[in-house]
Structure formats: C-alpha cells, structure tokens
Ligand binder design. Structure first.
Ligand SMILES: Cc1ncc(COP(=O)(O)O)c(C=O)c1O
Length: 270
C-alpha cells in the first residue's frame, strides 16, 4: 500500500482487552467494509450492523441499549433531539383523518407541532386536562389514533393518572405515548404502567442539563415497533437498539416482581 493510501486507511491497533467505564466515541459518516464483495454481494441493509454513520455507530447503539435497559424496553431509537422524537412518534402512528389527544400542559413545541403543523396533514390534535384520568374515555373517538401523556407535565408538574388513561385508551385499542423526560425513565416505570412508547429528551437528566442534545424513545409494543421503524430515517432500523435477550429476560422478571409487589398502579419509583 502506498503511503498516501496508508494515511487514510490506518490499521487499527486497539486492544480488545481494554475495559473502561467510558464508552469510546465513534465518529464518522463512512463505514469501512472488509471487502468490496461484502457490500456488492452481501449488502442487506436490514441485517448489516453498520452501513452509514447517520444510521448508527457503536456509540449510538450503546446509548440506545443503555436507555432501553434503564427503562425496561425491548427496543429503542436514538434521534437528534427530544422534539425530533416527538415528531417521529406522531408521524409513525398518525395519518390523515386521525384524532390525537394531548395534555394541555405538555411541552409547548409538542402542542404546537400537533395543533399547527399536523393540521396541514388533516390530523386533528385535541388538548385535554392533564388531570382527567379515566374520564379521557369520553374524549375518545373512532378515529383516535394516539393518546399522549406527559407526567410530570412541563413547568406546572401535574402528575397524571397514567394507568387510568392507558386503560381507557387500550379499551379502544389506542396506543399511549409518554413524554417521560421529567421522570427520566428512572422515577416512573412507563412500561410497567402499560405505556406503549416512552420518550425522553436526553438534554435533561441524562446529559446533565447542559451541553448535549439528543433523545431516545423506546417501545415495547410489537405493532408500534414496526410502524416506528418504517418512519425512522434509518429505514432499515440500524438505530434500533435491542437489549440482549438475557437483559430482556431479567427486565421482564424484574417488572413482573415489581408488579406482584403492588407497584402497579400509582406513580411509582424504581
Ligand atoms: C418535557 C420535554 N419534552 C421534550 C423536550 C424537547 O427536547 P429537545 O430540546 O431535545 O428537542 C423538552 C425540552 O425542553 C422537554 O422539556
């Protein structure tokens, strides 16, 4: 190899034996493949681990896996910001003619996205009293496609009766998405309370409220997972982070134990 090529194709000498608490930051858009054949003959966008930096690097997948583990989710997606994940959840689950319920105290740009932008696409977003609890069933319509919760709510901190809202929504087969930013995925166990998709802005608790933008959202609903994966910019789902099966089993067991110890209904902590 000529020196000019060597400069841009360095040989890696990183020891696999090095363990550190800090996970390395992998940066880069181009992914290097072992050979041309791998790409030409074996390219399967949905099974290749990495194909393009924007579709996921080991750092992004590790982040997603850790968030999934923390929240007890089966899958997670990492996106550039909290608002991006809110938009993606709407766009994955709603289509023209649908109706969506959002608490009036939700994060402002969520409300604006829903009530202004989605109107252009014939999606009607209706605001509801965050303390409505099970009475939300009176707001449900045949065309309701999604119910949002945000608990505690932005700024005013209303704590919603999430299980009652979930119960009413699920009776109509409607999924519930939770903006779990304030509880950060640790103070409220979204999935143990029946939530289908949980998102959090990583700007906040996870990143120390200072200098990082990002968001993760997680799902435990097989049907929704497919919808979200279809709408995700990495269409093949490269940024889908799955907990290894043993972690999933552990989490499932932990959740069942928690539920059987009576932590299933009111806002709970881990
Ligand atoms: C509750 C809540 N959800 C979502 C967001 C959006 O996050 P981001 O600023 O990363 O778009 C914020 C940000 O302030 C927030 O407070």
């Amino acid at each position: 190899m000529k020196w000019q090529s060597k400069i841009i194709h360095p040989k890696r000498n990183v020891s696999q034996k090095f363990e550190s608490l800090a996970f390395p930051t992998y940066r880069g858009s181009t992914v290097v493949f072992a050979s041309h054949e791998v790409v030409r003959d074996g390219w399967r966008d949905n099974v290749t681990d990495y194909s393009y930096g924007a579709y996921g690097t080991p750092t992004a997948l590790e982040l997603g896996a850790r968030i999934a583990e923390l929240e007890g989710a089966k899958h997670s997606f990492i996106v550039p910001s909290g608002q991006a994940s809110i938009a993606l959840i709407y766009l994955s689950l709603c289509s023209a003619g649908n109706h969506v319920l959002v608490p009036s105290t939700a994060y402002g740009p969520n409300v604006e996205f829903g009530t202004r932008l989605l109107q252009q696409y014939q999606v009607e977003v209706e605001l509801y009293d965050p303390l409505i609890g099970g009475e939300i069933q009176d707001r449900m319509r045949p065309e309701t496609a999604l119910v949002w919760c945000e608990s505690p709510s932005s700024i005013t901190m209303e704590v919603q009766d999430v299980p009652a809202i979930v119960e009413a929504a699920h009776q109509k087969n409607v999924p519930v998405a939770l903006d779990n930013t304030y509880a950060a995925g640790v103070l409220f166990d979204a999935f143990a309370h029946g939530v289908d998709v949980s998102m959090q802005a990583l700007t906040k608790y996870a990143a120390g409220h200072s200098d990082v933008l990002g968001a993760g959202f997680r799902g435990c609903f097989k049907r929704l997972f497919g919808c979200i994966r279809r709408a995700h910019p990495a269409r093949s789902g490269h940024r889908v982070c799955q907990c290894p099966p043993n972690i999933q089993d552990r989490l499932e067991l932990g959740r069942r134990n928690k539920l059987s110890h009576g932590l299933s209904t009111s806002g709970t902590s881990r």
